[in-house]
Design a protein. Sequence first.
Lengths: 126, 406
Amino acid sequence: MTEREFACTLCPNSCDITATTDGTTLIKISGNACKRGIKYVEDELICPTRVVTSSALVLGGDELLCSLRTTKPIPVAYAHRLISELKYIHIQAPIKIGQVIIRNLYGSGCDVIATRNVACCSGKDL
Amino acid sequence: MHKKVVIIGGGPAGLAAALELWNAGVHNIIILERARKLGGILRQCIHDGFGLHRFGESLSGPEYAARFVSEIERLHIPFQTDVTVTEITANRCVTAISPSGRFVFSADAVVLAMGCRERTRGNLGIPGTRPAGVFTAGAAQEYMNLCNILPGRRALILGSGDIGMIMARRLALEGVAVIGVYEIMAYPSGIRRNVTACLNDFDIPLVLSHTVTEIHGDSRLEAVTVSEVSADKHPIPGTERRIKCDTLILSVGLIPENELSEGAGVALDPKTGGAFVSERYETCVPGIFAAGNVLHVHDLVDDVSLEAERLARAVIAFLGGERASCDIAVTAGENVLRIVPQRVSGDCPVRLSFRARVPMGECTISLTQNGEVIASERFAKLVPAEMKTITLPKLSSKDEIRAVIS
């Protein structure tokens, strides 16, 4: 059995959680202000997940880049792979917030969506 | 040109204030924004975590800004981008320049919503040469997230402020070797969830009680010297280590941007770097109001929006001829780094925002008047990185209010 400290990332409260664990099993928990903290620590023990944010190049838009994010947290281990794949993606303007850029990422049921509205290039300097 | 309200800055504070004013029927207003688009710093903050309080979901910066900008556009609230305010006077004349010329607005009320600036190498006075490759975290963020420019290949980050940690992750994800985040204090200066999600996840070391003591390199940064620091933050001789890097990212604090305010005669609180304001968010100059990061640096944009909305309601009261005499001083006492607003009327409850001076375990903030506790609140922990609030009730005496944490 080991004791581990966690800073919950789910909300700005950033609860300092102390958890006693046996490998990937949670035995005792304290410091969490809400029950989401329990789920957070359980997930951290088995497979930490995060929302991944990045950007991709825009074609014909009034911005060079369009920012993106996953609609759900994905395993941290997939973050690097996703970011390197985004280097090969170009998105044609106009782009609307919420527009799906990659559907069902790695079969996870989670999408990558645009998080910036990008209009077509008006010809003005960027 | 006469306006009822001129709002300086089209970031989160300015946008929220404008919407609140418009929705209350104050339509003769204008937002003046220096950049080419509305949204302020949120435009380059592509990470998520914004809006948890306000919208109950985790949005990226551009999404959070768009919630406000779409409303501004839908309602046709007047704004002008690419315009820089060059002067505000005490009688509320606002001079601005833009590619299409010079404008002068006279306003019944001026809202200061200019946000803050980053501290730079110059503010720290780091010795050494002056090569390229030394960036503030926000500048690096703009290069990466708006301009598609990678600032370097091998980066060291000085300061564990939130933007520093977020940039450490951003750089690591884009393939930059991030050597570590070096922090002069003995504890991280950003919020704790960022230590987990930005540093631990990517095995980026957080090196506490260290600072950069020399910068090396000719045209481009070649290395920095880092040193351990003593409890009083002085570098300890003999602990110097030279670390090769081509990029140094500084995340060493933010300063409210008040050059314009000072020109109008607005008095600043040395503790916040922002204006002294009343519970109405009015500065010492009548009709000039301030909210958001120009008033005091916030951790969460949600709080900036809320503060700007409270400001807007006070501006509406001011425009309606209401004048409150706010002459009860609120001061930061023991273990309180700063507290805002600094003047209250005592006629109504006021929400005060404060920060602890040092990290504290279980503790209580007390608001005292003549040594008597007026209000108090317990906290399981307080850290300087996290702003908290406490409500000051209606008062029966006009004596000074002191906030202390014990």
